[in-house]
Design a protein around this ligand. Sequence first.
Ligand code: NAP
Length: 320
Amino acid sequence: MFATRRLPGPALDELAAECDVDVWSDRMPPGADALADRSAAADGLVCLLTDRIDGALLARCPRLRAVSSVSVGVDHVDLAAATARRIPVGHTPGVLTETTADLAFALLLAAARRVVEGDRFVRGGEWAPERVWEPDMLLGRDVHGATLGVVGLGAIGQAVARRAAGFGMRVVGWSKTPRAVPGVASVALGALLAEADFVSVHVALTPETRGLLDADAIARMKPGAVLVNTARGGIVDETALAAALASGRLAGAGLDVFAREPLDSASPLLALPNVVLTPHIGSASEATRAKMATLAIRNLQAALAGHRMPHCANPAVYER
Ligand code: NAP
C-alpha cells in the first residue's frame, strides 16, 4: 500500500500492523513520476486532492486494485479511467460536512462584516487615537435578515442552509437534481443569482460545473452581493470575479479554493481588500481530518479484502 502523505490520527499506523505500508514522508506531494513509481509497487493507493490520478498513471500501475482519496471531492481522479480498469475509488463524504459548512459560514461572516480588514486596520496601526471611532468606519453588510443563495444542495450546501436559519436568513437554493430541503426555497440558478445577498457555492467540480459561475453568471448577481466558495476554484471565473469586486459591483468574497492552488502570487484577488482568502482548509479540523483518514483507510481495506468500499465514488465498478 502506498500513501502519498502522512495522515493525521492513528489510521495509517493501524494499517501498517496489517500490511506493508509505504508512506511518502516529504512535506511536498510526490511529483508525477515518483507517484507512478511508488504506486506501481502497490496494490492500494491512498491519495490526496493534490495527487493527479489519471489514465496515464493508472496505466503505469497494472498491480493497483484500489484507490482511496482522503477527500470527498474526486475531481483529481479520472473516474472513467479507474472504472475501465475496474478499480474502485474511495472518498470521504459525511465526516467533513459540518466542518466545511462552518468554514463557509466563517468566510461569509468575515466578508460581510469586514473582519479581516478590521484586523489589518488594528495591526497596521491605523486605529490611532485620532480615529478612535467613526460612524462610517468599516461598514459592512448585515447577515441577519439577508437572503442566502446555496448553489448545490448536497450535504455541505444543506449544512450551510441550516446555519443560515440560525442567523435569521431567508434561504434559496438551486440543485441540478430538484430536492426538497426544509427551510430552503427551490429556485432556478438565474433567480438565485438575482435575489441572493450572499451566494455560497457547494457543487462538486465536474465537466458540467466547471465555469458554472462564469462572467455572465457573475454579472447577473445582485449588486452589492457577497460570493463564498468552499467547493472548488474551477467552478468560478476568478478573473470576472476579481473585476466585479474591484469595481465595487460585488461587495466582497470569501474564498477557500482556487482554480490553481496554491494561489498564484500574480492573482488579482490578492490586491483586493474586500476578499477573505483561506488556503483550502474547509475540512481542516483535527477531529475531522482524523475521521477522513480513518474512512479512507476503511475504504482501502474493504477493497483489498474483496469487499465493496463503504464510500465509493465510482460504484459502476460493482455492476456486472
Ligand atoms: P455532495 O453531498 O455529493 O454534493 C455534491 C453537490 O454537487 C450536489 O449538490 C450535486 O447536485 C452537485 N453536483 C454534482 N454534479 C453536478 C453537476 N454535473 N451539475 C450540477 N451539480 C452537480 O458533496 P458535499 O459533501 O456537499 O461536497 C461538495 C463539494 O465540496 C465537494 O465535491 C468538494 O469539491 C467540496 N469540498 C471542499 C472542501 C474544502 O476543503 N474547501 C471540503 C469538502 C468538500 P445533485 O445532487 O443535484 O447532483
